[in-house]
Design a binder for this molecule. Structure first.
Ligand code: SF4
Ligand code: SF4
Length: 507
């Protein structure tokens, strides 16, 4: 037996079986008999009373069959629950049809604590327009409610969901649910397209194997229905006890083989999404961690395979630069980084770490790790083109060596092995920097010089060589196209144009 009072989060689904929308694929639309809601109201009020009497911190999430917020008793109950100190948050799935302005006025009059209300707002293209949905959500978001938006990943709706993503404020997370009724797998192109809208889409496609040993269900989390029956999660069929019938829960294992949707697998304590969503995991509203500087690698992170910056990334950089200082952390020299990004994007950055940490530049200052003069032995001196990259004072901090042919590479590398340089090679191009230079070392020197606490820095890269630098901050991030080995080592896998939904940026 387990004690019910160890529970810290509760999903609730009452007796409601009706909706004001009539989505063609849903049994709860107006076409189905809606029936009276008085029994549902009674059940909800009983639940609210039980939560008011709950003795420990708890987070609540309403997941109705149908639309709850069109009923005054649900809105009143949510407002009441939000005012209770031990209720750390109360969320609801909704189609967002109830007029936002009217609800905000009700919340104001009832003294609700709106920052504790979370909305999982589902977009139903058959029933509403992108414009109306976005307008409703923005009003609630701007009023301080915690919101996310979601839609089903129907391939036919790809353009519409892209329009929805483009219309939503970038700091609102839009998730795409894998389509249950799709009688085929997604094509690679569809997966790519939906993943660019929702960088976490792959988790929803995969779902997760049921893992009862590492499931929060029955110990910290449970699902309660309109009769008070308690289950480990909304997807489990096994009844463990009753909320109104005692304080103990049976220790009966869940028999499901898969945690087959977000609401299930979000209960798995080892799921990688827990690190991404933080305290908003329950409601799918990412907990936005505070970040006061962002570092971006360039090649492969901000630029694609064609060497260009996507329009959506450029837009995101402009949005971010108005909120938080941006810096580069790249193996390129500053000149080359400027050329890669183009002047209009380059000036959004206040400096950075260049040439793999051999050269640092901030606002009004620069420093480098100068190299000893390079003097190639004969006959290599005639067969290798050498370019010296210098700082403003003429100190060389990087040499680029380009042998005339592949035959010179081996003897050149052999000779360089005896010299005081850090050597790296990309095909025929060989670069030399100071032996103590490195992205990680440069990053730490840079942060120390600016007084930036690394605990509030977000760093984004794409190659495994970025891993040591990224490990210096709790907010390590790889782009979706990054080396798989890097993705395994970072906390976030997000593209530059989706960062805004997961962090709180402030200078
Ligand atoms: S809004 Fe949701 S509950 Fe209502 S009919 Fe559509 S899918 Fe069903
Ligand atoms: S289906 Fe639910 S109860 Fe079963 S393991 Fe998954 S999350 Fe836990």
């Amino acid at each position: 037996m387990r004690r019910l009072d160890s529970i810290r989060q509760i999903y609730y689904r009452g007796l409601l079986r009706s909706c004001n929308y009539t989505c063609s694929y849903c049994p709860f639309g107006r076409k189905s008999p809606s029936g009276p809601t008085s029994r549902d109201e009674q059940a909800w009020r009983r639940f609210v009373a039980a939560m008011a009497a709950w003795r420990s911190p708890v987070r609540l999430f309403l997941i109705p069959y149908g639309e709850a917020l069109v009923h005054a008793y649900y809105r009143e109950g949510i407002a009441q629950l939000s005012t209770l100190p031990h209720v750390r948050g109360v969320g609801c799935q909704t189609n967002l049809s109830y007029p936002a302005q009217a609800w905000l006025e009700e919340l104001r009059q009832s003294g609700a604590e709106v920052g504790k209300i979370h909305l999982w707002a589902s977009f139903h293209p058959e029933m509403t327009s992108v414009r109306r949905f976005v307008d409703q959500l923005h009003r609630l978001h701007e009023a301080g409610l915690q919101v996310c938006a979601g839609a089903v990943g129907k391939p036919d709706h790809l353009a519409l969901l892209q329009e929805l993503r483009d219309s939503l404020s970038p700091d609102i997370y839009l998730f795409v649910n894998a389509m249950q009724g799709l009688k085929r797998g997604y094509t690679a192109e569809e997966t790519l397209a939906f993943s660019s809208i929702d960088n976490l889409f792959a988790y929803d496609v995969q779902n997760a194997a049921a893992d009862w040993e590492h499931c929060m269900g029955r110990s910290e989390s449970c699902f309660v229905d309109g009769w008070g029956n308690v289950r480990a999660c909304p997807r489990s069929r096994t009844v463990l006890g009753n909320l109104y019938g005692g304080l103990s829960l049976e220790e009966v294992p869940c028999t499901n083989r898969r945690c087959d949707c977000y609401i299930a697998f979000s209960n798995l304590i080892r799921h990688p999404l827990r690190q991404v969503m933080g305290g908003g995991m329950l409601w799918r509203t990412p907990e936005k961690m505070p970040v006061s500087a962002v570092f971006f690698d360039v090649d492969g992170t901000l630029t694609g395979a064609d060497g260009r910056v996507l329009d959506s990334y450029a837009e995101a950089l402009r949005w971010l630069s108005r909120r938080v200082p941006l810096y580069l952390a790249t193996s390129l020299t500053e000149d080359l980084a400027r050329r890669r990004l183009g002047h209009s994007l380059f000036v959004l950055f206040r400096g950075g770490i260049f040439a793999d940490g051999a050269s640092l530049r901030g606002e009004g200052w620069s420093e480098c790790l100068p190299l000893l003069p390079l003097s190639l032995p004969q006959p290599l001196d005639r067969m290798v083109k050498v370019t010296a990259h210098q700082d403003a004072l003429g100190h060389p901090y990087k040499y680029s060596l380009l042998p005339d042919s592949r035959e010179e590479i081996a003897p050149l590398l052999e000779w360089l092995g005896t010299q005081p340089y850090r050597v790296s090679r990309n095909r025929r191009l060989i670069t030399l920097i100071h032996p103590q230079a490195g992205k990680k070392e440069g990053f730490l020197r840079f942060c120390a010089r600016l007084g930036l606490p690394t605990g509030r820095v977000l760093a984004v890269g794409n190659e495994i060589s970025d891993a040591d630098m990224l490990a210096c901050t709790p907010f390590s991030c790889a782009v979706l196209t990054a080396d798989e080995a890097l993705k395994q080592r970072v906390r976030y896998v997000l593209n530059p144009d989706r960062l805004a939904a997961f962090f709180h940026f402030s200078k």
